[in-house]
Design a protein around this ligand. Structure first.
Ligand code: DON
Length: 305
């Protein structure tokens, strides 16, 4: 397996030249666009790695899977989906346009920025610190990595420049989708996006979802099978944004990308996959990571469809 992974990294590293690292969050622009790595872990306890699998990057939108899980555990499905929809948008992840035009006014799904900010606003806790600690602890349990922390430089960089998210959050408070202190809600959101991980951590998140909400190493049941299924389904329909349809055809596994360059992949009942390549395609997905996942899925026949 590691030989295959190495081969796929070498093949797809060329693709990275066609992408660009994200720069709208200034600190993300420091990443090395040539980096490409993968980790695959399975329910038999194997961990396979290749390329730049140990390079650190920030979760960014990958965090939206577990924040959704926590909001569903805290509030129940009915309350969460009163405020955020279940449909793909066909628009970029940070698009504002449908917030005002859709009636009743609510973000279309929890994977786009607006929807994820609404979801984060529903995480329970006395204050921003407590809310974030609850979320971070979940990530630590799921990955088995107790050292997980935020990357302060990237967190502060996004907090300083994240005016589009700020605009959407204030708009959503105006129309009653979110309540409370907008800056505090955004602070939790910016922190969750800045959690620093590597491909192994991401693969473990994938394996936890593949294992229906139970951490395979500790046997701890973190969430219900149903919530794990809801999260995986959103990954299929909205996880790669306006590339989700094409990704479902070419790769065919639940996946969630982040502008830090990571992609979380889940092969239900079998595998968790973490990929990293900060050079992104035009839709904000890792260009090399997409290629590696496509080839891996073809080689091992992983499509769920
Ligand atoms: O809110 C943002 O724009 C970033 N913190 C996360 C966006 C993201 O990762 C989109 N993914 N491809």
């Amino acid at each position: 397996m590691e030989e295959l992974l190495q081969k796929l990294i070498i093949k797809n590293r060329e693709l990275t030249q066609k992408g660009e690292v994200a720069s709208y969050i200034p600190a993300l622009a420091k990443a090395n666009p040539q980096n490409l790595g993968i980790c695959v872990t399975d329910l038999d306890g194997n961990i396979y790695k290749a390329g730049d699998y140990d390079k650190k990057f920030t979760l960014q939108s990958i965090s939206k899977t577990i924040s959704l899980m926590l909001a569903l555990m805290d509030n129940g499905e009915e309350k969460v989906f009163e405020r955020v929809g279940m449909e793909p948008t066909g628009d970029p992840f940070n698009s504002i346009v449908k917030l005002e035009t859709i009636r009743p006014s609510k973000p279309l799904n929890p994977m786009i920025n607006a929807g994820a900010i609404a979801v984060t606003s529903m995480i329970k806790g006395e204050n921003a610190d407590e809310k974030f600690e609850r979320l971070l602890n979940l990530f630590r349990k799921i990955t088995g990595n107790k050292e997980l922390e935020i990357d302060s430089e990237i967190y502060l960089s996004e907090k300083k420049t994240g005016d589009r998210n700020r605009a959407m959050a204030y708009f959503m408070r105006d129309v009653g989708i979110i309540e409370g202190n907008v800056e505090e809600i955004l602070d939790v959101y910016f922190r969750q996006c800045s959690i620093k991980v590597d491909c192994i951590d991401i693969a473990k998140i994938g394996l936890f979802l593949a294992n229906k909400g139970v951490v395979p190493d500790t046997k701890e049941k973190i969430t219900t099978e149903h919530i794990a299924r809801v999260v995986k389904t959103f990954m299929v329909t909205c996880g790669m944004y306006n590339a989700s349809g094409e990704f479902a055809i070419k790769v065919g596994i639940p996946a969630k990308s982040g502008v830090g360059g990571g992609i979380l992949g889940v092969v239900p009942h079998k595998m968790g996959i973490g990929v990293y390549g900060p050079a992104l395609d035009k839709k904000g997905n890792s260009i090399g990571g997409y290629g590696v996942l496509r080839d891996l899925s073809n080689e091992l026949n992983l499509s769920i469809f």
